[in-house]
Design a protein around this ligand. Structure first.
Ligand SMILES: [Zn+2]
Length: 714
C-alpha cells in the first residue's frame, strides 16, 4: 500500500466514524421524539440518511426489488429494547459504502440447495421466467450479488437473445457497486444501467427490473422519472406479470416519486404497496399475521369455467362453488366458519341458489374446519371412505404453529358425511354431471377427486401438496402421488383446481407427465441412497434437477417445489431411527447442546454473536439462527444474539418467500407480520394465472383454455 492509499484508507475510516456518530445522534434524537425510526439502511429515506453521497447506500446494500427484508413491524418491536447494539453494526454497513469500496461477503459455509437447483435449471435450454426469477431471488435474499452478476452475465453472453439475462446482469452489477473503488463506481453503475436499458427495450420483464433498480438510484443519476414510467407501465399491464411483483413495483414507485419531490404521490404508492413503512419490498402475494393466520393471496372470487367459481384468499384453503340447475355445490369449507361464510357471501353476489351439497376433498383442518357454516337441515356431505383415519391423524397431532391458521386454529375436527365414496362414482346434481374418484396420495389417504366431465375441470384437493402430507404429521404417500398423476392423465382434464392458489398456478395439466418422470427419478435416487445407508443430507443432494426435465421448462418450478418434501417424506417413512452418520443414536436437548457451545466459546456470548453475524453475512441464515438460539439459552436476551437471530429470520423469510410453510414458521419465530399485497385495479386481474404467463413464454394449449374461461366476477 503506498502513502496515497494509506491516507485514503485513513480518511475513509475517519469518515465512517464521523458519519457513524452522526447516525447515532440522529437516531437518538428520533428515539427521544418517540418516532419509530429504525429502518434497514439500504432503503433509508433521504431524511434519514441525509442528502449527498450517503444516499448512495440505498442501492448498494442487499434488498432491492425482489424480496428482501419484508415488513419490519416486529423487527422494529424487537429493536425497542436492543436498539443501540443493533443499530451500530447495521449503520456501519451502510456507511462503509460511502466512499470506500468494501469487500464482498465471505463465502457461504453451508450449501444453498435451492440456489444450486435453480442454477442448474437456468442452464437448461429454455428456462421459464419463474425459474429465472427464483434463481435471482436466491442471490438477492442471501446477499450474493457478485455471484449473481457472474452467473447472469455469463448466461447473457451465451444466450444473447434472452433479454432478461442481460437485465439481471445489469441489476446485480448495480447492486454490487459498493465493492467497486469509489472513483470507478459511477461508471460501473452507468454501465450496469446501460445493460438494463438494452434489455428493457425488448422485454417487459426487463423493463420492470430497470424500473425497480432505477427507483433506488440517487438523484444524480437522473433516473427517477424513467423509473416512474417503467413501473407505472408494469402496474397498468398486470396480466403478463406474476402478481407478486406488484408490492415491489409500488415500493419502487414510492422511492422514485420521493426522489422527484412528489411527496404525496410517494406516500400514496407506499400505502398501495401494503407496506407500513418504506421497508424493502417483497415479491410474494403471501400475507400472514397471528390473528388471521396465513393467506396465499388477496381475496377474490374467480369464475374459472362456466358456473364454476373459486374463492381465493378468503381462507388458508380455496373454496369452490359449482352452480347447477337447482342448487350450489361447495367443494371444501375452509378452516373456520367465519371464513367459510365470508367466501359464501362473496359468491352470493353472483348467485343465490341454495347450497345443498358439500364435497370434501380430504379431512384436513383447512378443508373441513368451516363446514358448519354450510350445513342446513338436509345438506348432503360427501367424503372419501378413509376420512376417519385422516381425522384421527389431524386430531392427534394438531398444528403446532399458530401462524398457519391464526386465531381460527380449529379445535377437534368433526366430519359426519352423509355419503362416503369408496370407488369411482358418477352422480348428477341439479342436472350437472359429477364423477368422484377416491385417491390415496400424495398428501392424505382420503383424497377425493371431483371431476366435472362436461367441462374438463377436476378439483384435486391437496393431492399435489409439495410436502406430501403436513410436514409435522405422519401421513403422505409418494406412491399415492404417482398413482394420482396416472389417474388424472387418464381423465385428460383441461383444468386442475387445487386446494391452494399456488398449486393451481404451478401444477397444471401440461406438467403432469414431466412431473411424473421427474418424481420417478427422485424415487429411484432416494431409494439408492437408502441402500447405501446415506444420511438425509446426501439423499437431498443427489441429482437435483434430472436432465429428463430439460424439455419441459414449466415443469421445473413444480418439480423443485415438491422435491425436498418428497425426499424427506420417503426418508422418514423408509429408514430407522439410527443413521449411518450416528444421527439418532444419542439424543441431546437444546439445553445440553447450548452448554457445549458455550464451553467452546469460553462462555463469551459476544463470541457466539460474532460467529452468527459472520454466518448471516455469508447468507448462512439457518446456521446463524441455530447459533443464536443455542447462545440465547445460557445468555438469555443478550442484545447481540437477539440481533443475530432477527437478521437470520429476516434472511430466511426473504429466501423462502415463495415457499409458504417455511415462510409461515420463520414469520412466527420472528413474530413478523406481512401485510396483504396490493390489489390490481381493473378487470384483468381476474385472469387465472396458470403458470408462466410472462412475456415471451410459449403459450400452451391449457393456458389458452384457461385464459378463455377466466372471466371477471366482482
Ligand atoms: Zn389444504
Amino acid at each position: 500500500m503506498n502513502a496515497g492509499d494509506d491516507s485514503r484508507a485513513g480518511s475513509c475510516i475517519e469518515h465512517r466514524r464521523r458519519e457513524h456518530a452522526e447516525h447515532d445522534a440522529r437516531h437518538e434524537e428520533a428515539r427521544r421524539r418517540g418516532r419509530r425510526s429504525f429502518r434497514f439502511p439500504t432503503l433509508s429515506t433521504p431524511e434519514d440518511v441525509g442528502a449527498g453521497p450517503l444516499y448512495v447506500a440505498r442501492f448498494i446494500e442487499p434488498a432491492m426489488f425482489l424480496p428482501l427484508h419484508l415488513t419490519y413491524q416486529s423487527w422494529e418491536r424487537n429493536m425497542e429494547s436492543h436498539r443501540t447494539v443493533l443499530w451500530t453494526p447495521i449503520a456501519f454497513l451502510a456507511l462503509a459504502a460511502v466512499g470506500c469500496a468494501h469487500s464482498p461477503p465471505p463465502p457461504s459455509l453451508t450449501r444453498n440447495l435451492d440456489r444450486e437447483e435453480f442454477e442448474q435449471a437456468v442452464r437448461f435450454k429454455n428456462p421459464s421466467v419463474v425459474t429465472v426469477m427464483a434463481l435471482a431471488n436466491q442471490y438477492l435474499a442471501t446477499g450474493r450479488d457478485a455471484e449473481g452478476h457472474t452467473y447472469f452475465c455469463k448466461r447473457a453472453t451465451e444466450v444473447p437473445d434472452r433479454a432478461v439475462f442481460g437485465a439481471l446482469c445489469g441489476m446485480f452489477q448495480v447492486r454490487m457497486s459498493s465493492t467497486v473503488p469509489a472513483l470507478q463506481r459511477s461508471d460501473w453503475v452507468k454501465d450496469g444501467m446501460a445493460k438494463l436499458d438494452r434489455a428493457a427495450a425488448s422485454d417487459g420483464l426487463s423493463r420492470y427490473l430497470r424500473g425497480v433498480v432505477s427507483a433506488e438510484l440517487p438523484e444524480g443519476f437522473g433516473r427517477a422519472q424513467q423509473a416512474t414510467e417503467d413501473l407505472e407501465w408494469v402496474l397498468a399491464h398486470p396480466q403478463p406479470f406474476p402478481r407478486g411483483i406488484r408490492r415491489a413495483a409500488y415500493v419502487g414507485l414510492s422511492h422514485a416519486y420521493r426522489t422527484l419531490g412528489k411527496t404525496e404521490a410517494s406516500q400514496r404508492a407506499l400505502a398501495q404497496s401494503g407496506s407500513a413503512s418504506s421497508s424493502p419490498p417483497a415479491v410474494t402475494d403471501f400475507s400472514v399475521n397471528a390473528r388471521d393466520g396465513f393467506r396465499f393471496t388477496t381475496r377474490e372470487l374467480v369464475q374459472v369455467a362456466p358456473g364454476v367459481h373459486v374463492a381465493h384468499g378468503y381462507d388458508f384453503a380455496e373454496i369452490g362453488f359449482i352452480v347447477t340447475d337447482d342448487q350450489v355445490v361447495a367443494i371444501d369449507a375452509g378452516t373456520s366458519e367465519a371464513n367459510a361464510r365470508a367466501a359464501l357471501e362473496a359468491f352470493r353476489k353472483v348467485n343465490d341458489k341454495p347450497l345443498r351439497t358439500v364435497i370434501v376433498t380430504h379431512a384436513h383442518w383447512d378443508h373441513i374446519g368451516g363446514l358448519r357454516a354450510y350445513l342446513g337441515q338436509d345438506t348432503q356431505v360427501i367424503a372419501e371412505t378413509h376420512f376417519a383415519e385422516e381425522l384421527e391423524i389431524a386430531n392427534r397431532g394438531g398444528v403446532p404453529f399458530r401462524y398457519f391458521f391464526g386465531d381460527n386454529t380449529p379445535g377437534p375436527l368433526e366430519l359426519r358425511p352423509t355419503r362416503v365414496i369408496s370407488k369411482p362414482e358418477s352422480l348428477a346434481i341439479g342436472g350437472t354431471r359429477f364423477r368422484l374418484y377416491p385417491a390415496h396420495g400424495g398428501e392424505t389417504n382420503d383424497a377425493l377427486l371431483v371431476e366435472l366431465p362436461d367441462l374438463g375441470v377436476v378439483f384435486v384437493g391437496d393431492t399435489f401438496m409439495p410436502y406430501l402430507g403436513a410436514p409435522f404429521a405422519a401421513e403422505g404417500s409418494f406412491e399415492g402421488l404417482l398413482d394420482t398423476i396416472a389417474l388424472l392423465r387418464s381423465l385428460k382434464p383441461k383444468l386442475l383446481i387445487h386446494g391452494h392458489t399456488p398449486l393451481t398456478e404451478n401444477f397444471t395439466v401440461d406438467v403432469l407427465e414431466p412431473l411424473e418422470v421427474g418424481m420417478r427419478v427422485v424415487y429411484r435416487e432416494t431409494m439408492s441412497a437408502f441402500r447405501e445407508a446415506k444420511p438425509l443430507s446426501e439423499a437431498l443432494w443427489r441429482n437435483p434437477v434430472p436432465a429428463e426435465l430439460e424439455p419441459y421448462p414449466n415443469a421445473i418450478p413444480p418439480f423443485l417445489l415438491m422435491r425436498e418434501g418428497a425426499i424427506k417424506r420417503l426418508y422418514h417413512q423408509r429408514t430407522g431411527y439410527w443413521k449411518v452418520d450416528g444421527e439418532g443414536m444419542e439424543v441431546f436437548s437444546r439445553k445440553e447442546e447450548a452448554a457445549v457451545l458455550d464451553l467452546v466459546a469460553d462462555g463469551d456470548a459476544e463470541r457466539m454473536a460474532r460467529a452468527g453475524t459472520s454466518l448471516n453475512e455469508r447468507g448462512d441464515f439457518a446456521m446463524a439462527l441455530r447459533i443464536a438460539d443455542l447462545g440465547l439459552v445460557p445468555h438469555p436476551a443478550t442484545p447481540s444474539l437477539v440481533a443475530v437471530r432477527m437478521r437470520a429470520l429476516e434472511g430466511l423469510r426473504a429466501k423462502y418467500q415463495l415457499s409458504p410453510f417455511k415462510f409461515i414458521v420463520y414469520s412466527e419465530l420472528a413474530g413478523a407480520d406481512m401485510a396483504p399485497p396490493p390489489r390490481a385495479s381493473g378487470a384483468r386481474q381476474r385472469q387465472l394465472r396458470t403458470k408462466d404467463t410472462l412475456v415471451k413464454e410459449t403459450a400452451q394449449e391449457s393456458d389458452r383454455l384457461v385464459a378463455g374461461w377466466s372471466a371477471p366476477v366482482d
